[in-house]
Design a protein around this ligand. Structure first.
Ligand code: NOJ
Length: 757
């Protein structure tokens, strides 16, 4: 079952001495092997009353004053509180739990720390577009240091839900459509949060969520059923969760959706068979917010007591906010519907984490830490670097970018995202203070305000503004400028939980604004900030250059301006396929059909009036959009022109126990020093089941100075080619394969190899 992701190995320098940065992704075992902790847990559980045990399984979101919860804390009715962000308040809560309750058990203090706490990094989809696991680990470490200074010791992240549908608002919180990329990013977050010593005061317990399959919500509508075949589930959807669990994540959260009629919070196959038995997980399983109780609305439990019974017996150990455990478990145990041993196991998993986090020894937060914890210079620098690495250059006609400040007299800055601090930080960034945000307009003024005449006219109040009355003025101002930068996209509220869209093109009159600007004939630079992959076919046409950022966080504006003016070169790559229309489905690792498109299909505007029914080409394509997406997964341009050459393997035939050594050269043939994300894809030509067109098996960010060539290598164990085939066991099927080393998922020439028994 163990699946090893493989990133980079060594970087061989063939030409002038260049230092290439390489990253690796090791899998740690799960936590909790410490015998002393085990003894303490057992001895504590042996003296607990049933009420105290059930209290530990109760998680409460608190707002306001501790006095409202004091009695419940004292009597041990609460095991974990969430949403405190002030260390003084945390200490007040802890004080009652630790000093006034019978058994002095500390609380687990939790919060959603998703892409930073105060210093906000790009949304997880943006972090994925960096393809930089080292940076993800660093960002998560910074987030953990900030959050723990506020007394938080448990974050509900990483979200490992594979997402192939940009209508789903929570794609913003995901690592995108690829299992390897999502899993590598999630594992990096776990390492950054927890470190090797979770008992350190600045360590944060991670929570792998939402287990499982939540990203496949039907129709991209949140909370909806996920219909995933068992094979798709294993070969794609489960991978990122497993990677994060194997990285040592201490907790796992169930998901809201049902799969094939079974809600995750009540699914023993997921929570016991797969998670515990197959993966050997021995941490804590918490429900999602009220998801235990919601099994009643689902129509899976007849009432709340029934919901508690189903959840606990399925393996859900802590109830987040449905109160069904605290209200019903005692009676359920008395009636024999839930075993005492089941409760004991759950409580042990909860207490073990409290011990591992060192909470019994150091329950209180040092309140002085908070004074210097947030928005540190080095944290802001890391956030800027992340925003810089995550921006994806999708078009750069005639080298419209980078802008040359010395040749620009006047710039028109327009669009609703140019100076939109609150929205630039994206969804699930509750603690990010907009007053610390550097918007593109602010960065531009700061850097070039003295040299360039910067005219700011947003034209639209928000990205949803349909009022076109400002467009004519914007076009007139564009006519007087040397270059126009249009900041478009979507506000934070348009993505995230429950914020799904049926139509994912730019909202409001943004498209019309860009069209009018384009008509002026001036160079149009478009910068998009969004929570998902939008359909931007028209905007690409109406722009000379287009830079796409997934909501880039606190330092996003600074990073974008640096990129636009060539202080840095773009290196981000799309973690999701971009389509022209909402109705298209083109994730890159889809199965091949028996009738793949040839590219010669006749499209809607070319269909002759008297066309015969079968005249268009009977292949798999869209008549109104064609046979390819707008941009493939992994795509992103640079200011440098990179060439990959000399791609070869050490052998042409491999045994099952072998590793495949892959060599290539990456040349920066024109342009500035820059970084390319080299991607390695494999296709299993024929299998016992249909295999994906391609699958990402490794990736590596490689810095190459201008004019230089860097040798790169990958080592892929043949075992990484394993999949669940016809008999539903995971194994490598010997046969023919193709391998690409490429700059995206749709380019390059394959090299063939085979695997023998
Ligand atoms: C519901 C969300 O689904 C989950 O991701 C989050 O961690 C919890 N609420 C707690 O806020």
């Amino acid at each position: 079952m163990k699946r090893k992701t493989y990133l980079a190995t060594i970087c061989i320098l063939l030409f002038p001495a260049i230092l290439c940065s390489c990253s690796g992704n090791g899998h740690k075992g799960t936590t909790n092997s410490n015998g002393e902790i085990e003894r303490k847990v057992d001895s504590l559980v042996s003296i607990m009353t049933l009420d105290e045990k059930i209290g530990q399984m109760n998680q409460v979101s608190v707002t306001g004053d501790v006095s409202a919860y004091a009695e419940r804390l004292r009597s041990g009715e609460i095991g974990s509180v969430m949403n405190l962000t002030d260390p003084d308040a945390v200490n007040q809560y802890q004080k009652i739990a630790v000093e006034e309750s019978r058994l002095h058990i500390p609380l687990l203090i939790a919060r959603d720390v998703i892409h930073g706490f105060h210093t906000i990094f790009p949304i997880p989809l943006g972090m994925a577009s960096t393809f930089d696991t080292g940076l993800m680990e660093k960002a998560s470490r910074i987030a953990a240091c900030e959050a723990t200074a506020a007394g938080i010791r448990w974050s509900f992240a990483p979200m490992c839900d594979l997402a192939r549908d940009s209508r789903w608002g929570r794609i913003a919180e995901s690592g995108g459509e690829d299992p390897l990329l999502s899993g590598s990013m999630a594992a990096a977050m776990v390492r950054g949060f927890q470190t090797d010593d979770p008992s350190a005061p600045d360590a944060l317990a991670a929570c792998v969520k939402h287990f499982a399959g939540y990203g496949a919500s039907e129709g991209g509508r949140d909370y909806n059923s996920a219909n995933i075949s068992p094979r798709q589930f294993r070969n794609f959807y489960l991978v990122p969760y497993e990677d994060a669990v194997k990285a040592g994540a201490m907790t796992v959260m169930t998901s809201f959706n049902d799969i094939d009629g079974i809600p995750s919070t009540g699914n023993p196959y997921l929570l016991k068979e797969i998670l515990r038995k197959e993966w050997g997980y021995d941490g804590l399983v918490v429900s999602d917010w009220s998801s235990a109780g919601e099994m009643v609305a689902h129509g899976f439990a007849k009432d709340e007591a029934d919901a508690a019974r189903i959840a606990v017996n399925a393996g859900c150990e802590m109830d987040m906010m449905s109160f069904t455990f605290i209200s019903n478990l005692k009676r359920l145990v008395d009636e024999g519907l839930v075993k005492k041993e089941t409760i004991d196991e759950a409580v042990k998993d909860i207490l073990r984490i409290k011990f591992e986090l060192g909470l019994f020894d150091h329950p209180y937060t040092d309140t002085s830490r908070i004074r210097t914890a947030f928005y540190r210079k080095e944290s802001l620098a890391a956030a800027e670097k992340a925003a810089e690495e995550s921006a994806v250059l999708l078009k750069n006609e005639d080298n419209a970018l980078p802008l040359d400040a010395s040749r620009i007299r006047r710039i028109l800055v327009t669009g609703p995202m140019a100076d939109n601090a609150r929205n630039q930080i994206g969804t699930w960034a509750f603690d990010g203070d907009p007053s610390h945000v550097v918007t593109p307009l602010a960065a531009l003024r700061e850097k070039y305000g003295k040299k360039i005449d910067i005219v700011f006219y947003p034209a639209l109040k928000s990205t949803r503004d349909c009022d076109e009355s400002g467009i004519a003025k914007a076009a007139a101002l564009a006519g007087q400028a040397d270059v126009v930068i249009a900041f478009l996209g979507e506000e934070a509220i348009l993505s995230g939980e429950a914020h799904c869209l049926a139509e994912i093109s730019l909202k409001g009159a943004q498209g019309k604004l860009l069209e009018a600007l384009h008509k002026t004939g001036k160079p149009i630079i478009t910068s998009i900030m969004a929570g998902r992959g939008l359909c931007i076919g028209k905007e690409i046409e109406n722009s000379d250059a287009l830079l796409y950022s997934f909501h880039p966080g606190t330092m996003g504006g600074e990073a974008i301006i640096k990129l636009l003016f060539g202080e840095a070169a773009p290196s981000g790559k799309l973690p999701v396929t971009l389509t022209r229309h909402t109705g298209e489905s083109w994730y890159y690792d889809r199965m091949n059909t028996g009738r793949p498109a040839t590219g010669k299909e006749v499209l809607l505007d070319k269909i002759p009036d008297d066309a015969f029914q079968t005249a268009l080409g009977n292949t798999s394509f869209y008549m109104d959009s064609g046979s390819k997406p707008l941009f493939p997964f992994g795509f992103g341009l640079s200011y440098a022109e990179f060439e990959l050459s000399g791609i070869k393997l050490d052998k042409s035939e491999y045994a099952l126990k072998d590793s495949i050594r892959v060599y290539a050269r990456l040349s920066n043939v024109e342009g500035p020093d820059a970084c390319e994300v080299v991607q390695l894809y494999v296709r299993d030509v024929a299998g016992s089941t249909v295999r994906p067109i391609k699958e990402l098996k490794a990736f590596k960010r490689v810095e190459v100075p201008a004019g230089r060539t860097c040798g790169i290598s990958f080592v892929i164990p043949v075992s990484d080619l394993a999949f669940y085939g016809a008999d539903m066991t995971r194994k490598v099927e010997p046969g023919d394969f193709e391998l690409w080393v490429a700059k995206d998922s749709d380019s390059g020439t394959p090299v063939k190899f085979s695997v023998t028994e």
